[in-house]
Design a protein around this ligand. Sequence first.
Ligand code: ADP
Ligand code: MG
Length: 255
Amino acid sequence: MNNPLLQVHGLKKSYGQTEVLKGISFDLAKGETLSLIGPSGSGKSTCLRCLNYLERPTEGSILLESERIGQLPDKRGGFRFMSDKELAPQRTEIGMVFQLFYLWPHLNVRDNVALGPIRAGGMSKAEAYELADEMLDKVHLRHKATEYPERLSGGQQQRVAIARALAQRPKLMLFDEPTSALDPELVGEVLGVIRELAEEGRSMILVTHEIRFARDVADRVIFMDGGHIVEQGAAADVINRPQMERTRSFLGQVG
Ligand code: ADP
Ligand code: MG
């Protein structure tokens, strides 16, 4: 891949004696949507959490626009882990949306979205509000700007969480099963927003059980099992014509 946005090489993660990521390597091109699929416990969330150093990998490297995430050169020609303070600017380059939305209950929608840019980005309140409104437009919730989270549906809350992540102006967006905590009738509105982000050429990695959505919206799919990448390729190829038996059996089970 020419000049990839993200390069992940040999990523491993152990918890105690248990290795849950066993050497994951992949690239993501700028503007590409990659979907990560696989059975529960295969390491998808751990992989995403390592990418922005919510978890510290045991081995491996992550480069975003050729800049090493989470590590700095040390005096011996190796690397040392960054402190939380050193990590903070890099974390804003990678936006993350989780299964649960974690909005601030005491802040209205606009303040929830503007808080990051004010706190971490050092933006003025006026600028941050303008940016927040722009991002709320993207998730079709500008009209809810002064509402409090508890007055919104789960789907609306998740869209606010997406707007909040976008307000950091990240180079890369990570979604970890963003619709799996939602009532079925609310899934579509969140997937619709993610589809629009993909279509406007954002760089994204999406963990999802919505296999048809992954096939239709992602450029590429990675199938993980047991901490390994079993298969990766163009979304339609992996999902319609899987090469590996493990992929076939997984796709057979999830429909
Ligand atoms: P997935 O998202 O694909 O369901 P996870 O990345 O959440 O998988 O988990 C992969 C494996 O790592 C699982 O066996 C899980 O129990 C284990 N695991 C995840 N987080 C921790 C943790 N903080 N401590 C110990 N084990 C963990
Ligand atoms: Mg998970």
